[in-house]
Write a protein that binds this ligand. Structure first.
Ligand code: NI
Length: 173
């Protein structure tokens, strides 16, 4: 078990596009296991590899109770629908929360840690978690999805006050 350092807003790795994973090696499985440990240590619902400094297309997401974590390699959203606006946060931007519009449901296709293709459907909070983590793989943060006025207000606040020391909140992804 290893708890990894979660990179914070301003770290350039959060803006890098994750590289596709060509093969699920023991190193990738170890990274996924460490990311799950880190996600739970931070009381998050999901975590993407760039958030721990690895610019790779790998995410981990827990279920709505934070159990049964699953790791997805090279995930892609293949269908989505509906729209829900709800409060969202990010372990890389601790202390900042804002309402973000997301699809209500998504279908995700990926590779599991055994190298097998998997497809899943999620709705509500879980669908939000998948969309948030997939954004991380493209260097996109949730504040990028806010209206410009709100986004600027948040950026000014971070500049002035810095980031919170603790991220612990129900919907940090
Ligand atoms: Ni996040």
């Amino acid at each position: 078990m290893a708890i990894l350092n979660v990179r914070k807003y301003g770290d350039p790795v959060l803006r890098r596009r994750g590289e596709p994973i060509r093969e699920v090696t023991p190193e990738i499985r170890q990274l996924a296991a460490d990311m799950i440990d880190t996600m739970y240590d931070e009381a998050g619902l999901g975590l993407a590899a760039p958030q721990v400094g690895a610019a790779l297309r790998l995410i981990v997401v827990g279920d709505e109770r934070g159990r049964d974590p699953r790791a997805l390699v090279n995930p892609a959203i293949t269908a989505q629908g509906g729209e829900i606006v709800a409060e969202e946060g990010c372990l890389s931007i601790p202390g900042i929360f804002a309402e973000v519009a997301r699809a209500e449901w998504v279908q995700v296709e990926a590779i599991d840690l055994d190298g097998r293709p998997v497809a899943l459907r999620a709705r509500g909070l879980l669908a939000r978690a998948y969309q948030h983590e997939l954004d991380h793989l493209d260097g996109v943060l949730f504040i990028d999805r806010l209206d410009p006025v709100t986004r600027d207000r948040i950026k000014r606040r971070i500049k002035k006050e810095g980031l919170s020391e603790v991220a612990h909140h129900a919907f940090a992804l």
